[in-house]
Structure formats: structure tokens, C-alpha cells
Design a binder for this molecule. Structure first.
Ligand SMILES: O=C(O)CCC(=O)C(=O)O
Length: 300
């Protein structure tokens, strides 16, 4: 069987300290991404909402129009900054996420999404993922958040092919809590699941690492989670702790809450080794339960 990851590759997750100043965030992201590429990274990931503060009240102000592709510089400075940066650094750049607007700024029926753009080494747009599962939670006395007050959900699973390496899947933060999405992406051949994400001090402690390791062990693939750095002056306190987990669910590297870069080698052999040792990939019982990646339905 062909290897899912065709050759070893260095993956970097940039845990960025963002501010309310978008141009500053973009130039700071450029500096840190170039630093990651100097470390040898060929796939570089930015955090969720890396060019704005995180919070529903900020989304309309910071939203950019991404359609038509490519949008003009004034419609989406972030699109152009990420595209130029991917080309400058000759990397695959998973541009965290940004608030996206579809419609005119003064149009009440315009829709907003939490959207991740991925660019290739030639600066071309390779994929767009709109967060599928909106972050609506209410843990009394701890945290209440309702993205659905202002955002609309995306409607697709995002898997893309990097010709030299293989397939990767991209989803955003809360999406990680829905194992079906990861499972389908892995079953479609992804060697790496990437989640730009911004967990908080309540759920970060509870579930951030657990979710990363769970998606890895379920699917025997690499998983990368990339958070903003924590800023206690900001309204939303991100958990940080960006990390990469291997197909055996071991944490390869994890940051603390401060700005930093995780940079690790993903091995071309590790997935096959892991699947050979614990062969759940060939032991599935699709005669007992359906393969949802093939659209199977459970019949009682
Ligand atoms: O799932 C969680 O606990 C946090 C999710 C989140 O912060 C997000 O989706 O932005």
C-alpha cells in the first residue's frame, strides 16, 4: 500500500501573540512564519483568528471578503499577505482562521464565517475551510460563548493534497470535538489533521490535549493544534499549548501559554509502523456498523 506520508516533513505551529491592530498582526505573523521556515518547516500553521482579537463582537469589524478568488487587496489584505508569505517562504501555509464576510459590509443579510485559507509554495490558494461546528457553550460560572449569534457554519470537510507529501485535513477549533469529521478525513487518506484553535482556560485544561490525542489514537495519524498565545489583557484568554501528537497518540512537542513555535519532523514511516503494530485499520467490522466515510447508514 502507498504510504500516506510520502516523505518526512517538518511541521511548524506558530503560537502567535495577536493584538487588536490587524496590520501589526499581519507583519508579526510574517516575521514568525519566516522564522519557522528558517527552521526548515515546509508546512506552517497559524492560530485561529490570528489577525484579530477573538470574540463575537470583533468578527464584523475584522471580517474580510474572500470571494471572488482572488479578492482585491482592499477586500482582503489577509488573503494577499498569506499568499505572498507562502510564496516568499516556499511553504504550505495554513493561515489559521479569519472572520470572512459574504455580502456587503452594510448589508444585514451578509453572512460571516470563521474561515481558514491554505496557500501553496507558489502563493496559490489550495483550500478554504469554514468552521463547521460553531462554538456555542455555556458552563455556568466559567464560560459562555455563542459564535452562532454572528457566524454561519461551513458545510464541508476539508481535505487537500500536498503533492510531495500527501493529504492533510483542516478544521477549526470546536470542530475537533466531532470525531466523525476527523475519522472521515483520515479514512479519505489524510496523514495529518490540523486544527487552528483557541481553547480557553476552562476547556483548555479539561480537553485540549485529550482531544488531540483522541483524534490521533482513533485514526492513527498526526494531529496538530495551533493556538494564539495567551494575553491576560485581552477579553478572551486562550489556552495556548500548541502541540503536535503522533499517530500513536504521543505528544511530540507542546508549548506553554507564551508565544513560540512548535517545530517537529513528521516521519514518513510512523503511520504504517503504528498501524502494523495495532492493526485497527484492517480490523474494522463494517458488517456490524457502517463506514460513514462511504456514506453508510446504520440499520436497526
Ligand atoms: O471546544 C472548546 O472547548 C473550545 C472551542 C473554541 O474555543 C472555539 O471553537 O473557538
Amino acid at each position: 500500500m502507498a504510504k500516506l506520508l510520502k516523505q518526512s516533513v517538518k511541521l511548524a505551529l506558530v503560537q502567535l501573540a495577536s493584538t487588536a491592530d490587524k496590520p501589526h498582526n499581519l507583519s508579526h505573523a510574517r516575521k514568525k512564519v519566516l522564522e519557522a521556515s528558517r527552521l526548515g518547516a515546509k508546512i506552517v500553521v497559524l492560530p485561529e483568528c490570528f489577525n484579530s482579537p477573538y470574540g463575537t463582537k470583533y468578527f464584523p469589524t475584522y471580517a474580510e471578503t474572500l470571494l471572488p478568488s482572488p479578492p482585491s487587496e482592499s477586500q482582503s489584505p489577509t488573503f494577499h499577505a498569506l499568499s505572498n508569505l507562502a510564496k516568499e517562504a516556499q511553504i504550505y501555509l495554513v493561515g489559521g482562521s479569519i472572520p470572512e464576510r459574504v455580502g456587503e459590509p452594510d448589508d444585514e443579510s451578509a453572512k460571516l464565517y470563521n474561515t481558514s485559507l491554505t496557500f501553496g509554495p507558489d502563493g496559490g490558494l489550495l483550500a478554504t475551510h469554514r468552521k463547521v461546528h460553531l462554538f456555542d457553550i455555556d458552563i455556568p460560572g466559567k464560560i459562555k460563548f455563542r459564535e452562532s449569534d454572528v457566524l454561519s457554519p461551513g458545510n464541508k470537510i476539508t481535505v487537500l493534497d500536498l503533492p510531495e507529501y500527501g493529504k492533510i485535513a483542516i478544521a477549526i477549533c470546536y470542530d475537533i470535538r466531532f470525531p466523525e469529521l476527523a475519522m472521515i478525513a483520515a479514512r479519505k487518506g489524510a496523514f495529518l489533521l490540523l486544527y487552528p484553535g483557541a481553547f480557553n482556560l476552562t476547556t483548555g485544561e479539561l480537553h485540549w490535549e485529550l482531544q488531540a490525542r483522541a483524534r490521533a489514537v482513533d485514526n492513527q495519524v498526526y494531529v496538530g493544534l495551533c493556538s494564539p498565545a495567551r494575553d491576560m489583557e485581552a477579553e478572551y484568554h486562550a489556552w495556548g499549548h500548541s502541540m503536535v501528537v503522533d499517530p500513536n497518540a504521543a505528544v511530540l512537542e507542546q508549548l506553554d501559554e507564551k508565544e513560540g513555535i512548535v517545530c517537529v519532523d513528521l516521519s514518513g514511516d510512523k503511520i504504517e509502523e503504528t498501524r502494523k503494530g495495532i492493526p485497527i485499520y484492517t480490523q474494522r467490522r463494517f458488517d456490524v456498523y457502517p463506514d460513514v466515510s462511504e456514506g453508510g447508514k446504520f440499520e436497526e
